[in-house]
Design a protein around this ligand. Structure first.
Ligand code: F6P
Length: 547
């Protein structure tokens, strides 16, 4: 079904035409309960979505569209373990990893929950052994450093969540994350560490990812160069993978392999053993609290009516802007230093899931799909790219994200952070009219010509949409709920656009060609096999490296 051919879409089109000339500041003046009417909360997260170009009829139209596109049905199919990743023939069950109910979850007739729980128990035991000093390095020294090697979903989740929960980190263990195959990174990290006190965690669902394999080989060589032997590897190297055979062949002891399953997508995997570095950094109880938060959001997504359903509200607002306002991007602005990695995390989650132009049935679509996700920590962006959002061409909806209480900040700083966050949302919404700018300049005593010219530049159109997402404090529970909220938002949008949000074929060609180029550099593939530009680049690279 094409969502654009539904009667619900026609209704929304008419509403969009109706409100296009209207300004949010007039709505706020006329509707005293607007903020209250367009605020929703669940799992400790509150979303004020009143600063959007919406009326209650628009929201109703969006909920009707979600219903018509069978969002509830695809949601239930996902939770039930149906094969909704049709191009890879897989279920999509990151929700089972945080299923705290006693409900079984079946994949091909088999309940996966016993395996999920056994892996969590194994993780808890391992973390406790490391923290308590029961697991020591090969020379009897306690483990003080963990080097977590992985890329994409096997990196961003663990790194960004560990960073976001800095106030909860233990001081027993220091976790370092390496993804880039650029040798500068792994070498910088390893050179600062004592191999006798270091644990290497290799995270790769497929166990075929070039960057991760090479970084782990480098770590292995470093370990040997410092005096470690093959026998000592068992104390210092562990792997997390669904490809246990490849991990064993690589030399990781079987008992040091933490399993995951093909029904866990890479960008949805932080809830699995891929989250082990988070648990090592924060303690298992805090990791478990993240699972609790995500589970609470799952329950909300499954049970709340569409009108109160946070992921559905966020997703349909995104669809509204993508199609009726040519909103090509979605901006994320966490006003919390420790959450500064969130835009990068959601970038993979959203863009790898919905960055597609062929629908679930293999047909090319003629409509826009996943937006560009970008952003950075507040307030820094205000002094750089916010200019474009305020006065540039195009509309860029924003999520402002703010913890009302911050752990590591004094009251003065936190009040300033709050005022900047709320002030930006307000400025974007109301803007500043030409007449007001003109009057300001008149009060300053500027000449008529100057007033007219400058007022034009100073005018802020406003009417720029944003959600303000607040919670009391970014504790592990809340972070789990927040991430699950975005996961489900992506699911809802993927359903409306009729995409398979759970495959990622677009990244494959780059991997294949990257390997071919490497073979060209190594001299194993003739340069005539490449286009002229690539062949010239390879030649240039080889010349630079033989001088
Ligand atoms: O290149 C994209 C990707 O396939 C992601 O989907 C995944 O998270 C990442 O690579 C890492 O993959 P793996 O965990 O198999 O090493």
């Amino acid at each position: 079904m094409n969502f654009m051919q539904t009667p619900e879409w026609t209704t929304l089109s008419n509403l969009a035409n109706e409100i296009k000339g209207q300004h949010m500041r007039d709505w706020f003046a006329a509707e005293p309960s607007r903020a209250q009417d367009f605020t929703v909360s669940a799992c400790g997260i509150e979303i004020d979505y009143s600063k959007n170009r919406i009326t209650s009829s628009v929201m109703q139209g969006l909920f009707d569209l979600a219903k018509a596109c069978k969002v509830e049905e695809t949601r239930d199919a996902m939770f039930a373990g149906e094969i909704i990743n049709n191009t890879e023939g897989r279920a999509v069950l990151h929700t089972a990893l945080r299923n705290k109910s006693d409900k079984p979850v079946y994949v091909d007739g088999k309940d996966v929950m016993p395996e999920v729980r056994a892996t969590l128990d194994k993780m808890a035991a391992f973390v406790n052994d490391i923290h308590s000093g029961r697991h020591l390095g090969y020379t009897g020294k306690p483990i003080k450093h963990v080097v977590s090697i992985g890329i994409g979903g096997s990196f961003l989740g663990p790194k960004i969540m560990t960073e976001a929960l800095k106030p909860y980190q233990t001081d027993t263990i220091n976790v370092h994350f390496v993804a880039n195959v650029d040798g500068c990174h792994i070498n910088d990290v390893l050179n600062a560490l004592d191999h006798e006190e270091t644990l290497i965690v290799m995270s790769s669902k497929s166990f075929t990812t070039q960057e991760t394999l090479q970084n782990t080989l480098t770590a292995k060589s470093w370990f040997f160069s410092k005096g470690g032997t093959q026998e000592d590897i068992a104390k210092h190297f562990i792997a997390i993978s669904s490809n246990v055979a490849a991990a064993t062949e690589f030399g990781i002891a079987k008992e040091n392999i933490f399993p995951m399953w093909d029904w866990v997508g890479g960008r949805y995997s932080l809830w699995s053993a891929i989250g082990l570095p988070i648990a090592l950094a924060l303690g298992f109880d805090n990791f478990n609290a993240m699972l609790d938060g995500a589970h609470a959001m799952d329950e909300h997504f499954v049970s709340a009516p569409l009108e109160q359903n946070i992921p559905v509200i966020l997703a349909t607002l995104g669809v509204w802007y993508r199609h009726f306002f040519d909103g090509q991007s979605q901006v994320l602005l966490p006003y919390y230093h420790y959450l500064r990695g969130l835009p990068a995390y959601i970038q993979q989650l959203d863009m790898e899931s919905n960055g597609k132009s062929v629908n679930k049935d293999g047909e090319r679509v003629d409509y826009a799909t996943g937006p560009i996700i970008w952003g950075s920590e507040g307030t820094n962006g205000q002094h750089s790219f916010h200019q474009l959002i305020h006065q540039g061409a195009g509309l860029m909806p924003i999520d402002f994200i703010f913890p009302l209480v911050a752990d590591n900040s004094d009251a003065t700083h936190h009040a300033m952070l709050a005022s900047n966050c709320f002030g930006q949302a307000q400025a974007l919404m109301q803007g500043k009219a030409y007449e007001d700018c003109y009057a300001d300049l008149e009060n300053k005593g500027l000449e008529e010509d100057e007033r007219r010219a400058l007022a034009e530049h100073k005018t802020m159109p406003g009417n720029k949409p944003s959600n303000t997402i607040t919670f009391e404090k970014l504790d592990p529970f809340t972070l789990g709920a927040l991430i699950a909220m975005y996961e489900h938002k992506v699911h809802v949008q993927g359903t409306i656009w009729h995409l398979n949000s759970y495959d990622q074929w677009g990244v494959e060609l780059g991997k294949v060609l990257g390997n071919q180029v490497l073979s060209g550099i190594d001299g194993n593939t003739a340069l005539s096999a490449f286009d002229h530009s690539t062949a010239a680049l390879i030649t240039k690279f080889k010349q630079a490296n033989t001088q």
